[in-house]
Each structure stands twice: as C-alpha cells, then as structure tokens.
Ligand binder design. Structure first.
Ligand code: HEC
Length: 195
C-alpha cells in the first residue's frame, strides 16, 4: 500500500503545482517603485560593481571613526572593546583579556586581515554600522572608514584614495584563503554522504 500512498501524494503535489502556476491575483500588495527597490537593494558583491559614487582616505576615516562613536564598542583604537576587533592590536589586547563575542574576532581574524574582498568591509559597515544607527552613514564616510581600517591593518597606504574603482582592486592578504567551493553538477546531492 505504501506505493499507492506515494503515488497519491505525488499526484496531489502535481495538481498543486499546476494550480499554483495558474493562480489568480487577489489585488493584494503593489509593485514596488524603482526608488523603493533601490533603497532595499544595497548588497555589494565582491566585484564591487554595485558600489555607489564616493571616495575616502584613512585620514578622513580616523575622524569619522571618532565622530560616529565606533570606538565606544570597538575600542578607541579599534581593538580591546567588547565588539569585534577592527584593527589588529599586535598582542596588546589578547582575546583572554577581553570578553569576546562568538565567533571571536581578534588580532588573527579581524575582517581586514581575514576577508578575501575589501568590498565586504564596505558592505558590512554600510548595512550594519554604527549598531543601532544602521543606514545613517554617507557613502564617503563608508569609503573613509574602510580606508582607515585597511590602512591601520597594514593593507593599504595612508594616502590611498578608496572609491568605487579602487576599492574592489585592493589586494587583500587572505584573498586566496577560502579556496573555491566544491564542484557540483545539477542532480548531484549537495551534502556528501546523503543519498
Ligand atoms: C553600539 C555598539 C557598536 C557601535 C557604536 C559600532 N559597532 Fe561595529 N559592531 C558591533 C557589534 C556588536 C558587532 C558584531 C556584530 C555581529 O557579529 O553580529 C560589530 C561588527 C562590526 C564589523 C564587523 C567585524 C567583524 O570582523 O565581524 C565592522 C567592520 C564594524 N562593526 C565597524 C564599525 C564602525 C566603522 C563603526 C562606527 C561607524 C561601528 N562599527 C560602530 C557594535 C558596534
């Protein structure tokens, strides 16, 4: 009987799918405006092609870091606070000495050192910081903060100008650290060992 139940279930699914494809509209909701989509669509990919116009340097970033209160959570020098380490402390603040959120971000895996792409830092700050006032930073401020964090971790020079062209080209120390995803072909199980 198991086969019959399975057949019935499959048939029911097929019917549902067919109905779904032709389902009527109910007059609920509306098409979002181009402006609304632009406001939601803030994801920056590794290539940085979605980056907005703007620019910033490490010097400008140091001022923004101080003015926007980043140090209140991350430590005045970008380390030693309760929030993740942004600037390597070179051992001054060991993980053991500070309460570290899990997963713990410290000298060895601060974003500027660990991330394969500089655009990740820009995207993170732009979408999530300062915590509690997300979305309040202007593109120039985000470029400047990213430059400051990269400079202080020894990734770029102090006078380098980061903008939508130069930021994706920053050579990150861990660029190759993540390797390529395992090869996959359509129809293969995603998880090895599961049929
Ligand atoms: C109110 C506290 C607070 C303030 C202010 C704040 N942050 Fe954060 N920040 C956090 C916390 C907490 C996290 C970790 C969030 C998580 O892991 O989910 C974080 C994460 C980050 C990260 C990612 C770090 C990593 O390696 O995962 C960056 C980059 C960052 N903040 C930059 C900034 C900058 C730049 C500012 C100032 C504009 C700022 N933050 C202000 C609390 C804060």
């Amino acid at each position: 009987m198991a086969w019959l139940r399975l057949t019935l279930a499959t048939a029911a699914l097929a019917v549902c799918q067919g109905t779904w494809a032709q389902s009527p509209t109910y007059g609920v909701g509306r098409t979002p405006t181009a402006e609304e989509i632009r406001a939601w669509d803030i994801t920056i990919s590794p290539t940085g092609k979605e980056l907005p116009k703007g620019h910033g340097t490490a010097k400008e970033g140091a001022a923004v870091f101080a003015n926007k209160g980043c140090g209140g959570c991350h430590g005045a020098s970008g380390n030693g606070g309760h929030a993740p380490t942004l600037i390597r402390s070179d051992g001054v603040h060991s993980t053991a000495a500070t309460t570290c959120l899990a997963p713990c971000v410290n000298d060895s895996n601060a974003m500027a050192i660990h991330s394969p792409f500089a655009t990740v830092i820009w995207d993170y700050i732009n979408r999530g910081m300062p915590l509690g006032e997300e979305g309040s930073l202007e593109p120039n401020e985000v470029y400047a903060l990213t430059a400051y964090i990269l400079y202080k971790n020894g990734v770029i020079k102090e006078d380098e100008i980061l903008d939508q062209e130069t930021l994706p080209k920053v050579k990150m120390p861990n660029e190759k650290g993540f390797g390529l995803p395992p090869p996959w072909k359509h129809g293969q199980p995603r998880l090895q060992g599961y049929p």
